[in-house]
Design a binder for this molecule. Structure first.
Ligand SMILES: *[C@@H]1O[C@H](CO)[C@@H](O)[C@H](O)[C@H]1NC(C)=O
Ligand SMILES: *[C@@H]1O[C@H](CO)[C@@H](O)[C@H](O)[C@H]1NC(C)=O
Length: 976
């Protein structure tokens, strides 16, 4: 840690204390009092100095017996300590060396050595002799077959073959069977431990919001090693995280680098935050700062700042001014102490805990990580770095850095800040509205460093490597994508000689993967921290044979320069796979697809068709896939542009049952991105209270319309009736879950009572108020409209199934009451669960009740209490919710949990496929994001087949969208 700050301004001892304690201590207490007085002197005007000097002299005479030689005025112990602090203050930390250590400082005595045999290893650096330019271009990097021997918490040997005879007898041997091995993944932006999951008010310690500028608080002081998410994150191969305070403050506080091994079970001597420090010697310190929307939103009031970005810059500069002042006073003191000697010092080293950390920043001892999105934020902060002369290690979130590489290069210091990014999470607030999924590639092309981070729990850090995989999908070179979660963050943390590579001298943090870490669904088989295996009985997914590493596809880089061109008539050649579920289209193994007027008119060799279409644009594909377009269900696309910007949003409304069709807002970035990535249709419902909560009827619409009255823009005015019974259902008006059910049951039973077996009674009432909540509920009980309940908890789903049963029983009674009619049995109420984090617990009950589930999120990680029993997958759990649902025969789909996922539906279906243990094939996996939604809602799919053309599989990381069908036309993505 930094300089010793103990013993600052202890309370002055009382008079009795002074008389009781004689000797050395008296002098020291007395001198402290003297320091305090002296400080107060400074504020008194100079003109009175003479008289004050006289008073001081008089006091002096009283205190000290005139006959004795004066005692030293200051404590020599304290002065010695101050002098030691001076040398601490002057220290310029170096990245701690890895090689040359006999043992890792984290090593626990008694841990046995480990030999991992037959792994396919990503060392993390190019072969020797590669020039920096070549390395940047990816030359010299490769996966190599070999064995790894670790001992004392360190990698000792990485060789093509290590004979078991050459290692100690007690060595544990692990056969990787040719699987791929990387160093442990490093997540440079996490709140795990300070924001434990499931999220509860009592355990959240992310932001110290008592003041906008709190450099003096430390994430380690609130870090809970028992946060279950720490283990979940590790199950994704993440061994190390930088745990930052939140971004509510301009200066949020100190951050710490932890490894994800906790307590005895993980091979540690104790359950403690300190034991988890990646570098027990604490060579470097870290701090979190934040610009932009958050601090002004949290603190800005009339009369209280920061109210604006202007005020934020003042907060920064004011803070740095005070830290600079402290540094100057300390340096002056240390210099004087050095030249004059301690005995001549008439005061102690100036100390101020409030500005100590920022002082260390100015001394170059702290790696600064600043949350900044926009050009003005970046530019202002870079300005501050030059004004106060300190470097920034990385800008986090940094969505707009790809637009301003020159501003980054202007930052103070010898290296421009890196950008810590999400691959494609954007749109959620105004400052995330200007962003690009190609940001990583563009930054890289400018010689800058992208790293991918989770901001856990914003993203599940378990899958942070998937962010890197998507960065590769969006054009970042393969080796740079792997570096972005291994060597690059290691280097940015100042731990690049110890973490991030598989080389002798490095900490033995290792992951063996079941498939290429940048492939869809990659899952660790085992994870080691300091050479200690972290999972005692890891679940291994079935049906994942050893595969070759990805062959980097450089053409993915082209996607950043593509533009959309629209054609009515186009011919695709080189199509190798057709995944359309359509009886109207002949399914044959074929190579050409002819599109005329935006509709597919021929699949096959189509010779005569092609001859008859000389003006069609021809698009040649390599490994082309023709698939049915995706449908987005459950999010707010079509109802807003920027999630947290009210003016761009239809709004949420817990009071009024409404129809989404009346709130449609089309033609915005989200919808354009959705369309570009293959979502042509969406079903969205009005928001109830928060994200993923619904109340009203959903609308079915297309993603490429400019307004709702365009032809076929709305394909179904009312798709389903939505209610919410997640924790987000609790409102002032309806504070309990049981209350929500009570109201809903009453309304449904009333609707059931009003519906006769022939459906004719109360006809008047229906026509009078055809769009009322009650009218829609009548349609629900008549089986004409599905009821969609947003719910996660298995208990709540159980209550929903009971409610369904109650209503259906009432309908049966009603039917038998009016037995005069010859009606058949009443329709079953169609129910769909949206959310479904705990649905696996009631899978067979859901199947029996013929209730479908739309998983949103697809892979829950128990962020809220009602999701706490979610399955997070191998190696921790045997499968996830979808596996249990499929096994039980529940119709299952993947929902759009948050709107930014519009680019990812195909990949999510790909994860389902890869990790399904053979439950799914390509077609049934794609059904999860299209057909199954219609099946469970019981609605006809719109007649016209919408399609997407990919180069490569839509379910694989290197599948690339080349064309998406619209209404009467096709958008083709290509370079001009
Ligand atoms: C290494 O693994 C591969 C793939 O499973 C296997 O074919 C090979 O025989 C293994 N080699 C050794 C030395 O075990
Ligand atoms: C995982 O669950 C499946 C059933 O879904 C079962 O067949 C398999 O044996 C289980 N595997 C483990 C490791 O428990």
């Amino acid at each position: 840690m930094g300089p010793n700050i103990k013993g600052r301004y202890e309370p002055a001892p009382s008079a009795e204390g002074n008389t009781k304690r004689q000797g050395v201590e008296v002098g020291s207490h007395r001198s402290r009092r003297w320091v305090r007085r002296r400080r107060s002197l400074k504020v008194i005007s100079l003109s009175c100095l003479a008289c004050l000097a006289f008073i001081a002299f008089a006091q002096w005479k009283q205190i000290l017996p005139p006959t004795r030689k004066p005692l030293p005025l200051l404590s020599s112990n304290q002065l010695q300590e101050d002098l030691r602090t001076c040398s601490e203050l002057r220290k310029k930390p170096q990245d701690p060396r890895g090689i040359g250590r006999e043992r890792n400082a984290r090593h626990v005595q008694g841990h046995k050595p480990t030999l991992i045999r037959n792994a396919t290893i990503w060392v993390g650096e190019p072969e020797p002799g590669t020039s920096p330019e070549e390395a940047r271009a990816g030359k010299g990097y490769s996966w190599v077959r070999g064995d790894i021997f670790s001992q004392n918490g360190l990698i000792q040997r990485v060789e093509s073959h290590i004979s078991p005879d050459s290692v100690p007898e007690d060595t544990l041997i692990w056969d990787a069977g040719g699987r791929q091995l990387t160093s442990g993944i490093i997540d440079m932006h996490s709140h795990t431990g300070v924001s434990p999951l499931p999220d509860l008010a009592g355990t959240d310690d992310t932001n110290e919001l008592s003041s906008d500028t709190t450099p003096y608080v430390r994430s380690i002081d609130g870090f809970d090693p028992l946060d279950p998410q720490i283990q979940v994150i590790k199950s994704g191969g993440v061994t190390t995280s930088l745990v930052l305070p939140g971004s509510g403050n301009n200066i949020g506080g100190e951050a710490f680098v932890f490894k994800h091994a906790v307590g005895d079970r993980d091979g540690r001597p104790e359950i403690s935050a300190r034991d988890m420090l990646a570098d027990p010697d604490r060579n470097w310190r870290y701090i979190k700062m934040a610009c932009g929307e958050n601090p002004k939103r949290v603190y800005g009031r009339i009369g209280r700042g920061p109210f604006s970005r202007l005020g934020e810059s003042w907060e920064f500069r004011h803070a740095f001014e005070q830290a600079a002042d402290l540094v100057r006073r300390q340096d002056d003191w240390c210099r004087r102490a050095d030249t004059l000697g301690l005995e001549s010092m008439d005061e102690y080293l100036p100390r101020d805990l409030a500005w100590e950390t920022l002082g260390a920043v100015l001394r170059g001892q702290v790696h600064v990580n600043t949350h900044c999105y926009t050009v003005p934020d970046l530019e202002a902060f870079v300005d501050h770095t030059n004004e106060f002369k300190f470097p920034v290690r990385a800008f986090h979130h940094a969505h707009q850095t790809f637009l301003v590489p020159e501003i980054l290069k202007r930052a103070w210091g010898d290296r421009p800040p890196a950008s810590a990014l999400f691959a494609d999470n954007m749109f959620y607030k105004a400052e995330a509205h200007v962003a690009s999924e190609h940001a990583g590639k563009i930054l890289w092309d400018h010689g800058l460093t992208p790293v991918y981070v989770s901001d856990n729990p914003v993203l599940n850090a378990q899958h942070v490597v998937f962010e890197a995989a998507k960065a590769y999908r969006y054009g970042l070179p393969y080796h740079a994508a792997l570096a972005s979660v291994t060597t690059a963050p290691a280097d940015l943390l100042g731990l690049g000689q110890r973490l991030g590579k598989v080389k002798p001298g490095y900490d033995a943090d290792l992951v063996v993967w079941d498939s290429d870490p940048l492939s869809v669904g990659a899952t660790p088989l085992q994870v080691w921290i300091d050479g200690y295996a972290q999972f005692e009985d890891p679940v291994e997914l079935d049906n994942k044979p050893v595969t070759n590493p990805i062959t980097p596809d450089e053409r993915l880089g082209e996607s950043a320069e593509e533009t959309e061109q629209v054609f009515q008539d186009v011919i695709f050649t080189g199509v190798t796979k057709i995944l359309l579920r359509s009886s109207t289209i002949e399914r044959r193994r074929t190579t050409n697809v002819v599109v005329t007027g935006g509709e597919i008119i021929c699949i096959g060799t189509c010779t005569s068709r092609i001859e008859a279409a000389p003006s069609h644009r021809i698009i040649h594909l390599k490994n082309g896939y023709l698939v049915k377009a995706f449908t987005a269900f459950g999010a707010t696309i079509g109802l807003n542009a920027i999630d947290y910007e009210r003016d761009t949003d239809n709004g949420f409304n817990p009071k009024e049952f409404s129809r989404a069709i009346d709130g449609l807002t089309l033609d915005n970035k989200k919808l354009h991105a959705a369309h570009k990535y293959g979502i042509t249709k969406a079903i969205s419902a009005p928001r109830f209270m928060s994200a993923l909560s619904h109340y009203g009827t959903s609308v079915g619409f297309v993603t490429d319309a400019q307004h709702a009255l365009e032809k076929d823009a709305v394909w179904l005015e009312d798709v389903a009736v939505h209610y919410t019974v997640t924790l987000g259902a609790k409102s002032d008006a309806q504070p309990s879950i049981s209350g929500v059910f009570s109201t809903l049951r009453k309304s449904l039973l009333k609707a059931a009572a009003s519906v006769s077996s022939r459906g004719e009674e109360k006809e008047e009432e229906e026509t009078a108020e055809p769009y009322s909540e009650q009218a829609y509920l009548r349609k629900v009980v008549k089986g004409e409209l599905p009821l969609v309940l947003t719910a996660h908890s298995a208990d709540v789903i159980a209550a929903a199934l009971r409610l369904k049963d109650d209503v259906e029983k009432a309908l049966v009674r009603k039917a038998s009451d009016s037995s005069s009619s010859s009606s058949s049995s009443p329709a079953r109420m169609r129910l769909v669960i949206l959310g479904g984090a705990e649905s696996h617990l009631v899978a067979s009950e859901l199947a029996a009740a013929e209730v479908g589930v739309v998983l949103a999120p697809f892979q829950s990680f128990a962020t809220s209490w009602d999701q706490r029993r979610a399955l997070t997958g191998a190696p921790l759990t045997n499968g996830t919710a979808i596996d249990a649902l499929l096994d039980a025969g529940v119709v299952t789909a993947i929902g759009l949990e948050e709107d930014w996922l519009v680019r990812d539906l195909g990949l999510l279906a790909g994860i389902a496929l890869k990790n399904s243990g053979g439950r799914l094939d390509e077609m049934t996996a794609l059904d999860l994001v299209s057909r199954n939604i219609y099946t469970m809602l019981g609605i006809e799919e719109p007649k016209t087949v919408r399609f997407v053309v990919f180069e490569g599989s839509p379910l694989e990381i290197d599948g690339r969208v080349r064309a998406v069908s619209g209404r009467g036309q096709v958008s083709v993505y290509m370079r001009q």
